[in-house]
Ligand binder design. Structure first.
Ligand code: SF4
Length: 445
């Protein structure tokens, strides 16, 4: 639930429970922004809300269970519940478990969610608050914001049901993305986190059309966004050949594009990747990584992997470990394969036993942690720029350009930090490193 805010007498209030990934968070922010613009208050708790929207996630079976539980909790605490998001695509499942929900809408069906709110809790007209708010409602701290550039995906990875739930790639026009980004920066956002299901495919569906002077291609968009004066971080980039065009932009700090690529490699063995039906399954990723680093030595690489995918042999897994040794990624996440209802991988032969998955996960994480620790300790002594996220009595919690919020590590300043403000960009000398985090002290730059 959101933090409290002022509410005038008689103003209808809506609560929001947002589950799932950053992309779902962006949807929640858009819905709340529209509701605020229409004069609704946003309630921080169930008790103060006239109705509650639950934005669900339906990706993994565990996320579906969590979503159904969240709907049940909202019903028990408030009783008037509107469901949206990925699990909303399965209305029968939701109404079967919770027949008293007021409405169920699917992912990114903003208008339907608003219609459901209007009929559950009619807006109270007010000439003073019927003006659009100066800035969008943000569920993330004000100094960074997610920026969604497209919906859906044209791929058919066997373990993934996102294309079934979210449809084919649908890119926003570049001028619309830029206008939103400009407004965010004007409102004080210092870091833009570009998200989509497949960021490097941006604009393919609209043939990279140029509209109002802006071409819908990730290289052009990254260049345009980088000119706004905020940090720009790219997530969910696939290693297509044209990613090489982005790296020289990252190599020059004047371009504003952070030297950071979040690329979900998922595996390294070509046979596993083929069974996954991954895009770029045959790409020579180690060669690509070496080429990127030759252009931009400070490049940070983050990725996610799946271990224990159906049919994964010990030899395939060992290839992944060897690949990791060579790739020396800065940050990695690893998941043990799990069946997802509706995914084509469920029907593959030779599912891997749970204890084997666990053992591979342990071995993978041990190696990843050692690589992360070594790469962080090599940074001790370096002078870097950081952005402040929070300040409390003990330290300022910051991030370097190599750290995305919520998923990567932090840099802590525990001396002379009093008076620092979230969103400030500072120059720091790194003094100490642990497996995932850094400590540093302020310098004069
Ligand atoms: S690229 Fe694959 S994993 Fe990513 S959203 Fe598309 S189908 Fe899913």
């Amino acid at each position: 639930m959101r933090p409290p805010e002022d509410r005038r007498a008689g103003q209808p209030a809506i609560g929001m429970v947002s589950l799932g990934c950053p992309k779902a968070l962006v949807d929640s922010e858009r819905i709340l922004t529209r509701l605020r613009a229409e004069g609704y208050a946003i309630s921080p708790d169930y008790g103060g809300a006239d109705a509650v929207i639950v934005n669900t996630c339906g990706f993994l079976d565990s996320a579906r269970v969590e979503s159904l539980e969240a709907i049940g909790e909202a019903l028990a605490e408030n009783g008037r519940v509107i469901v949206t998001g990925c699990l909303g695509a399965e209305a029968d499942l939701i109404t079967g478990a919770h027949p008293t929900v007021l409405a169920v809408t699917g992912p990114h069906q903003y208008e339907q969610v608003l219609d459901a709110v209007h009929s559950a809790v009619p807006p109270a007209p007010d000439p003073f608050i019927d003006l659009l708010p100066a800035s969008a409602v943000s569920l993330t701290p004000r100094h960074y914001s997610y920026l969604k550039i497209s919906e859906g995906c044209n791929h058919k990875c066997r373990f993934c049901i996102i294309p079934d739930m979210r449809g084919k790639l649908a890119s926003r026009p570049a001028h619309a993305v830029l206008r939103e980004a400009e407004k965010l920066v004007e409102a004080g956002v210092r870091e833009l986190l570009v998200i989509s299901q497949d960021t490097s495919a941006y604009g393919v569906d609209i043939r990279h059309a140029e509209d109002r002077g802006h071409r819908a291609h990730i290289t052009d968009l990254a260049r345009d966004l980088g000119g706004l004066g905020a940090w720009v971080r790219l997530h969910y980039v696939y290693p297509y050949p044209h990613v090489r065009e982005l790296v020289p932009l990252m190599a020059d700090p004047a371009n504003g594009l952070l030297p950071y690529l979040d690329i979900p490699f998922q595996h390294a063995h070509p046979d596993t990747l083929k069974r996954m039906a991954r895009p770029a399954a045959s790409a020579k990723t180690l060669d690509e990584i070496a080429a990127w680093r030759a252009i931009c030595p400070d490049l940070t690489l983050r990725s996610t992997f799946i271990v224990g995918y159906p049919g994964e042999t010990e030899a395939e897994f060992q290839t992944l470990l060897d690949w990791l040794d060579e790739a020396q990624l800065d940050r990695v996440g690893c998941f043990q394969y799990e069946n997802v209802r509706g995914a084509r991988s469920n029907a593959l032969p030779d599912h891997v036993a749970d204890e084997v998955k666990q053992d591979r996960w342990n071995r993978f994480m041990e190696k990843a942690q050692a690589i992360s620790a070594a790469r962080l300790s090599a940074k001790v002594g370096h002078i870097v720029q950081v952005i402040v996220d929070t300040v409390d009595d003990e330290a300022a919690t910051c991030r370097t350009m190599a750290d995305a919020p919520e998923i990567d590590g932090n840099l802590f300043i525990d001396e002379g930090f009093e008076g620092l403000k979230p969103g400030e960009v500072l120059t720091v000398q790194i003094e100490e490193a642990s497996d995932y985090d850094l400590w540093g002290r302020l310098t004069d730059g």
